[in-house]
Ligand binder design. Structure first.
Ligand SMILES: Nc1nc2c(ncn2[C@@H]2O[C@H](COP(=O)(O)OP(=O)(O)O)[C@@H](O)[C@H]2O)c(=O)[nH]1
Ligand SMILES: [Mg+2]
Length: 206
């Protein structure tokens, strides 16, 4: 598969700044500090999403236009949620932005839900999962920070997480930091899931 070409298309801090729906959207979300910016940068092969040692700072939705050859889509980077230091007010404004986004008539294809491989889905991840279920947004699960578990224990950890009941369009991916092999596999999975969702949408429309 050819490398993805990408550009930052738009940054929205509120509803009025959201771009008109033009392409299918793949939405990236996860708890603050899960490694979302790191992964978005790696997938897009550039340093456009800000990697932060201070979690919970971004409160905007970034739209990246991705040209993957035959497939074109928006990679939508949602602000991270659930950081412990985040107060009631901030939590409320996070949900408002998310509700505004998902409440619009858009071409949301599915969500890529990033989950820390060490912990699996935590309460706030499950809350979000239920919320997405209610809106019929399917998910592709990616476990991040796999390198924090020793190689010999990864298989057992993976199986243990699957037993907790994880709903994912494809078997969950595991990333271990940023490496080309993981990223290439993930890019292929993302496109596979996108094509499958488009196929289902078309079948439903007939
Ligand atoms: N060991 C390890 N650290 C990671 C990985 N992904 C991200 N990090 C680190 O986790 C911290 C948070 O990453 P960031 O991408 O800013 O997370 P975000 O808040 O979800 O956008 C940074 O210090 C990253 O360097 C990973 O796969 N493995
Ligand atoms: Mg980030």
């Amino acid at each position: 598969m050819a490398a993805w070409k990408s550009e930052l298309f738009c940054t929205a801090f509120n509803k009025g700044q959201l771009p008109a729906p033009a392409l299918p959207e793949i939405v990236f979300l996860g708890r603050s500090n899960v490694g979302k910016s790191t992964l978005v940068n790696a997938l897009l092969g550039r340093r456009i999403a800000k990697v932060s040692s201070k979690p919970g700072k971004t409160r905007s939705i970034n739209f990246y236009g991705v040209d993957a050859g035959a497939d074109k889509f928006f990679l939508v980077d949602l602000p991270g949620y659930g950081y412990a230091a985040c107060g009631v007010q901030e939590r409320r404004s996070w949900w408002r932005l998310i509700e505004d986004y998902f409440g619009q008539k858009r071409k949301i294809s599915y969500a890529v839900h990033l989950v820390d491989f060490r912990h699996g889905p935590l309460a706030k991840d499950r809350e979000l999962t239920e919320w997405l279920d209610e809106r019929e947004v399917p998910r592709l699960v990616v476990f991040t920070k796999g390198d924090k578990i020793s190689p010999g224990k990864r298989r057992a950890q993976y199986n243990a997480l699957l037993r907790t009941g994880i709903d994912s369009l494809l078997p969950p991916f595991v990333t271990c930091g940023v490496n080309d092999a993981d990223m290439q596999k993930l890019r292929e999975g993302i496109i596979e899931a996108l094509r499958e969702m488009i196929r289902l949408d078309e079948a439903e429309a007939e």
